[in-house]
Design a protein around this ligand. Structure first.
Ligand code: FAD
Ligand code: SF4
Ligand code: SF4
Length: 392
């Protein structure tokens, strides 16, 4: 029997405001707790065997992917962490490798979703065993940059910050003794703010998930207390309908003005992403080769960029991964051909998740290079890879 059995009366395309009816979740949640409430309903009612969510670790800069099998523990994963720059696709791949028959619900941002699709094409994950709860995404800030930004721009000790949020275009912090918000445009003009790949990202509402959830478009007395849910698939419709029927989730029709506002904000964010692409790529174009040679001359062959890339899957030859064959033994830095081979391998489907750059031991702007190569190729060739309905 399939994961989703009944024919839902809620239909793909519907838009509602939704919130949890459970106080424990609502108190910790970002905007009313519909996401955590839905995950809990799915787990408690055995629609899935486990949930992969993200939980705060030591502090607000420490976002930890967490597998939960006890529904009562899900409240601990509520809330959005914007300084967590992780990608969940490879965690899903590991989970499915160990438990190929288990059904998993995952909270996904646009890049998680694109990465899952690329992994599925390479048979790295099985999408049919996944229930995907999408969250809209305006971007994330690298933990190291966030600390520097809070110290240097906000003039606050980053260790004293206990909460952060992004609201109405501002990055807002709460700390012992007060709170401060500064506009993201102003932060980015000063060289701080979101990761560079997030600035260029165009995938704001994750419609390839089963449900797309976010705060854009929630207006009136529900603002801040409910999540705007767009139903994107029959799986999503089935989950929402059952959770509402059980009383775990409450809903109200989305305000038509709210729907319009959400559409406008999404459009504005896509335009902003395009502006950043132009800015980043235009200056790079004439000197791409020289820049790659210059920047990669710091490479220490740690292979983090290969290990964390959702597109790059080193093949195993009698247990020996072929990544060791991509460079000559010993030489440091490796020949730039190591990087050219890697770019050749990934650039037709680079999803601009930024993991290679984020986790590079030598701070080499790898995502900038692969994303610019990919974007330029997309202007010249058909079919556009990664299509039909997202533009990464
Ligand atoms: P909750 O019940 O609080 O659940 C939130 C879920 O998100 C939990 O499952 C949690 O584990 C998971 N999560 C937390 N941090 C991450 C992370 N870094 N990566 C993956 N999953 C995570 N909505 C908008 O409309 N516009 C935006 O610009 C926007 N930006 C966002 C940026 C980030 C990084 C995140 C995580 C979310 C963003 N959202 C945005 C979505 C919004 O913040 C809420 O998550 C959404 O409205 C659901 O609210 P909730 O109360 O139902 O969620
Ligand atoms: Fe969000 Fe896009 Fe950045 Fe991923 S790449 S964290 S979806 S803005
Ligand atoms: Fe080189 Fe950076 Fe890749 Fe490590 S992550 S192999 S230092 S480019």
């Amino acid at each position: 029997m399939g994961l989703f059995e009944s024919k839902p009366a809620v239909k793909a395309g519907e838009m509602v405001y939704a919130w949890t009816t459970e106080d424990k979740i609502a108190q910790k949640a970002e905007c009313g707790g519909a996401v955590t409430g839905l995950l809990k309903y799915a787990l408690a009612n055995k629609m899935v065997d486990a949930v992969l969510a993200v939980q705060r670790g030591q502090d607000i800069y420490d976002a930890v992917p967490t597998i939960v099998t006890d529904p009562d523990k899900l409240a601990g994963t509520a809330g959005s962490l914007h300084c967590g720059t992780l990608l969940l696709a490879k965690v899903v791949q590991k989970f499915q490798k160990g438990s190929p028959d288990k059904k998993l619900a995952v909270t996904v941002k646009g890049c998680d979703l694109m990465a899952l699709h690329e992994l599925a094409k390479r048979k790295g994950v099985n999408l049919s065993n996944l229930l995907l709860i999408g969250v809209n995404c305006g971007g994330t800030v690298s933990p190291v940059k966030a600390r520097a930004m809070i110290k240097e721009v906000y003039d606050v000790d980053p260790n004293l910050v206990h909460k952060e949020e992004i609201d109405k275009g501002q990055f807002i912090i709460e700390y012992e003794g007060g709170h401060k918000g500064i506009s993201i445009d102003e932060l980015e003009d000063g060289g701080y703010g979101r990761r560079s790949n997030c600035r260029r990202c165009l995938y704001k509402v994750p419609r390839q998930a089963d449900l797309a959830c976010g705060n854009w478009g929630v207006i009136g007395d529900k603002a801040g207390k409910a999540t705007f849910v767009e139903v994107c698939s029959d799986k999503g419709a089935d989950l929402l309908q059952k959770a509402v029927k059980s009383g775990a989730i409450a809903t109200a029709p989305a305000d038509p003005k709210g729907i319009e506002i959400r559409k406008k904000v999404e459009g504005a964010m896509v335009k902003l992403g395009q502006k950043w692409r132009k800015k980043d790529f235009t200056s790079l174009k004439a000197e791409l080769w020289n820049k790659i040679a210059e920047e990669t001359s710091r490479c220490i062959k740690c292979y983090s960029c290969i290990e964390n890339c959702p597109v790059c899957m080193p093949v195993s030859n009698n247990g020996v991964e072929t990544k060791s064959l991509m460079v000559e033994q010993g030489a440091l830095p490796p020949s730039p051909m190591f990087h050219m081979r890697r770019f050749a391998h990934i650039s037709d489907s680079c999803v601009n998740c930024g993991q290679c750059e984020e986790l590079c031991a030598m701070d080499i702007p790898l995502a900038l290079f692969s994303h610019s190569i990919r974007s330029e190729a997309d202007l010249a060739f058909e079919p556009k890879l990664g299509k039909p309905d997202y533009s990464n």
